[in-house]
Design a protein around this ligand. Structure first.
Ligand SMILES: Nc1nc2c([nH]c(=O)n2[C@@H]2O[C@H](COP(=O)(O)OP(=O)(O)OP(=O)(O)O)[C@@H](O)[C@H]2O)c(=O)[nH]1
Length: 141
C-alpha cells in the first residue's frame, strides 16, 4: 500500500484558524479538515499547498511555519501522510469551490468540530503551540 502525501494549511486570520468541512463529493464527507490536497509527482509540498488553496478557496496564502507530519491509515488500502503548514491569508476573497462550509475557530473552539482522524494530532499540537505560532505571524523588525 502506498502512503499518499497530502499537504494542508492551518490558516490564521484575525486570531482564528480556518477549518473546512468536506462536501458530499469528497472522501470523508462531513468531516472537518485543514484545506489542502495531494502532492503531485515532483512537486514541492509548499508549492502544492499554495496551488491547492488557490484551487479550493480562491485565496493566496503565505506559509510561515510547519507542524508535525501526521501519518494515518484509514483502511488497508488508504494511508495518508498529512504535511501541515502554518499560513496566513494574504490575497483574494474566499470562495467555496469544493467544501460544504468553513468556520473560523479560536484556540478554545478547536475541538468543537468533528475532525478527520489524521488531523486530530495536528489539532492537539496547534492547541499547544497556539501562542508561539501567533507570535511568529507578527512581522519581524
Ligand atoms: N486536504 C486534506 N485532506 C485530508 C485532511 N485530512 C485527511 O485525512 N485528508 C485526506 O487526504 C486525502 C486528500 O485528498 P483531497 O481530495 O483533499 O486532495 P486532492 O484535491 O488533491 O484530491 P483529488 O485530486 O483526488 O481530488 C483525502 O483522502 C482526505 O480525506 C486534511 O486536513 N486536508
Amino acid at each position: 500500500m502506498r502512503t499518499v502525501p497530502v499537504t494542508c494549511a492551518v490558516i490564521f486570520h484575525q486570531g482564528k484558524v480556518l477549518a473546512a468541512q468536506r462536501s458530499e463529493a469528497m472522501d470523508l464527507p462531513g468531516k472537518w479538515e485543514f484545506p489542502g490536497g495531494k502532492v503531485e509527482e515532483g512537486e514541492m509540498p509548499e508549492d502544492c499547498l499554495i496551488r491547492e488553496i488557490q484551487e479550493e478557496l480562491s485565496i493566496g496564502i503565505r506559509i510561515f511555519g510547519s507542524l508535525k507530519i501526521s501519518e494515518y491509515a484509514y483502511s488497508s488500502e488508504k494511508s495518508i501522510r498529512l504535511i501541515p503548514f502554518a499560513a496566513t491569508w494574504e490575497t483574494g476573497e474566499i470562495q467555496l469551490l469544493e467544501h460544504r462550509q468553513i468556520i473560523w475557530l479560536d484556540q478554545e473552539e478547536l475541538f468543537c468540530v468533528d475532525w478527520a482522524a489524521a488531523d486530530v494530532p495536528i489539532v492537539h499540537e496547534l492547541q499547544q503551540k497556539w501562542v508561539k505560532l501567533v507570535e511568529e505571524i507578527k512581522p519581524k523588525r
